[in-house]
Design a protein around this ligand. Structure first.
Ligand code: FEO
Length: 394
């Protein structure tokens, strides 16, 4: 088992989950890591633990460096079980360790594990002296849970950012520049879109609070450690947090007998004719968390569905329910689709788009049964007009 020394005092002691493919509905085709870091200073400090089934892997990695019984402090930046699940196993080996966390973290750990450890509750501005280095704590509530916290190691200048700047990726190489950076950036974008997108304003404020710090490494709780591409990932986060969008238009739809698909393809041609980048996803086959990644930077979102039982097809309901929770910023949207008689899907889609915070700046297009040539031309023009609106907003 290889331990990786990240700096003079800091080691990666986390776990690599090569085979996980589903993180409660978020697909992880490249696997996952649960990052834990050991600081070996005059005091021994563990930053976060790992998911419970990987507790032994964590303890084995720590044991190669120091006896776990010598751990003085465990920093619980975030109580979600992918980071706190192994805490009881670590505490069994290091019962004297003090657990540092926010008040929300303290109540959450007690409720999750029914254990009352030697807690030290962290408040804004608190500092922990480790010897050569100090840890400065920055609570960041709702990034992405109320308990969330990040911390900064002075001296060696490492920001332990927990879920912020994370990516779901398994690799034997721990640093950004040792991996395919386009793959890392893709997974960072997917992570932000699916986990942090709802909290964009909070992301921007948190970056404002830490951006004056000199940072040599950004060490998140998932994926690689940033050392070369720190300015790029911070800039991307600022753009995403501010809801900056491009001229891209996403068309996501599902179809019963093909009419809504015919409409979608005509609309896509209209989008392309306007000079915008169009992307087409049929949600009965597309991966929702991948589509949400592509929607993140899109300026326009067109949602199509046949009408089924006076409403939309279930795959579209699932996507829109997910988007309503994420509340994507800075986009315009519209509905389209075919129906047989009542035509309830169109209204239902518009209501869900509005509920997701997406502005309806153009009436959608709907038609009965199968589109004829005139209706296909109408779909093409609808796509072109919509894309022109998106392009004027960039
Ligand atoms: Fe990676 Fe919110 O836990």
């Amino acid at each position: 088992m290889n331990n990786v020394k990240l700096s003079e005092s800091v080691y990666f002691v986390g776990a690599v989950d090569w085979n996980l493919r589903d993180f409660h509905g978020y697909t992880t085709p490249r696997g996952v890591t649960y990052n834990s870091y050991l600081i070996v200073d005059e005091k021994i400090c563990l930053i976060d633990t790992v998911k419970e089934p990987f507790a032994q892997e964590l303890l084995d990695r720590v044991s190669q460096i120091v006896d776990p019984a010598k751990i003085d402090y465990i920093i619980t930046n975030h109580i979600e079980p992918d980071h706190s699940g192994a805490l009881p196993a670590v505490m069994a080996r290091a019962p004297q360790a003090k657990v540092l966390l926010t008040e929300h973290g303290r109540t959450g750990i007690i409720k999750h594990y029914q254990q009352n450890y030697d807690f030290q509750v962290i408040k804004e501005g608190d500092v922990l002296d480790l010897g050569r280095n100090k840890l400065q704590f920055v609570p960041v509530p709702m990034l992405h849970w109320p308990d969330s916290m990040i911390c900064y190691l002075t001296g060696e200048q490492i920001l332990f950012s927990n879920d912020v700047f994370g990516q779901h990726i398994s690799t034997t190489k721990r640093f950004d520049d040792e991996n395919d950076i386009s793959e890392v950036m893709y997974e960072a974008e997917k992570y932000y879109a699916n986990i942090l997108q709802l909290f964009g304003k909070t992301v921007v404020k948190a970056i404002d609070r830490v951006k004056a710090l000199p940072v040599k490494l950004v060490a998140p709780s998932h994926g690689i450690v940033w050392r070369t591409h720190i300015p790029e990932i911070i800039a991307r986060y600022q753009d995403w947090g501010q809801g900056k969008t491009t001229g891209k238009v996403i068309i996501a739809y599902d179809t019963m007998w093909g009419s809504t698909e015919l409409m979608a393809r005509q609309i896509l041609d209209g989008v392309a004719a306007a000079g915008a980048t169009g992307k087409l996803y049929r949600m009965s086959t597309a991966d929702r968390s991948e589509v949400v990644r592509d929607i993140l930077e899109a300026g326009g979102l067109l949602i199509g569905s046949s009408t089924l039982n006076n409403g939309m097809l279930p795959n579209m309901g699932a996507l829109l329910t997910y988007l309503k929770g994420l509340r994507p910023a800075g986009k315009i949207g519209a509905a389209f689709g075919a129906y047989g008689w009542g035509g309830g899907a169109h209204k239902a889609i518009e209501e869900m788009l509005t509920g997701a915070g997406i502005a309806l700046e153009q009436p959608g297009v709907s038609l009965k049964w199968v589109p004829d040539d005139a209706e296909l031309t109408k779909c093409f023009e609808f796509g072109r007009q919509f894309a022109n609106k998106v392009l004027t907003r960039v």
